[in-house]
Design a protein around this ligand. Structure first.
Ligand SMILES: [Zn+2]
Length: 157
């Protein structure tokens, strides 16, 4: 849990992709990790640019205050738990409906239930992963998705 503690500086690092080797079954990407030396503001957010330590390209970062980061985490957590709860609810309903015989011509209730289950499941996963990764930092790429050379990453322990 140590990595999720909120210090005066972001715990996230930014990474510059050094190389990308495409093998037949997998892709190996190597990154150079650099700290984000932007102090968290007292309140609100701070937007600053830093030169990438690897390629000197200017990168824009947005760093949120401790309070703002905490409230983001709450939002993600609530969204994630609501999603999990919805998925459970729809799952139970599906289980009950699954054993029933639907009369011909009557609308089939399974479709909407499956959709509800999937929607809940997805927002549960997204909410909880963002809750876990949220460090109040926005920059090039997110820790969860990245398509470019730069990405935010947690340092490995
Ligand atoms: Zn770079």
């Amino acid at each position: 849990m140590g990595k999720r503690e909120l210090g005066p500086y972001p715990g996230l690092r930014y990474a510059h992709m050094v190389s990308k080797d495409v093998h037949s079954s997998h892709v190996v990407r190597r990154f150079a990790l650099h700290p984000i030396d932007i102090e968290r503001p007292e309140k609100g957010r701070r937007v600053e640019a830093r030169e990438c330590g690897s390629c000197q390209k200017p990168l824009k970062f947005k760093v949120l205050s401790v309070a703002a980061t905490r409230s983001r985490r709450w939002v993600w957590l609530v969204l994630g738990l609501a999603g999990v709860a919805a998925a459970l609810g729809f799952g139970v309903a599906l289980f009950e409906v699954g054993g029933q015989v639907v009369e011909e011509g009557a609308p089939n209730p399974v479709g909407p239930l499956v959709l509800g289950f999937l929607a809940g499941f997805l927002s549960g996963i997204v909410g909880l992963s963002y809750w876990w990764y949220e460090d109040g930092v926005r920059g090039p790429g997110s820790p969860l998705m990245s398509f470019g050379v730069h990405v935010l990453r947690w340092p490995r322990h």
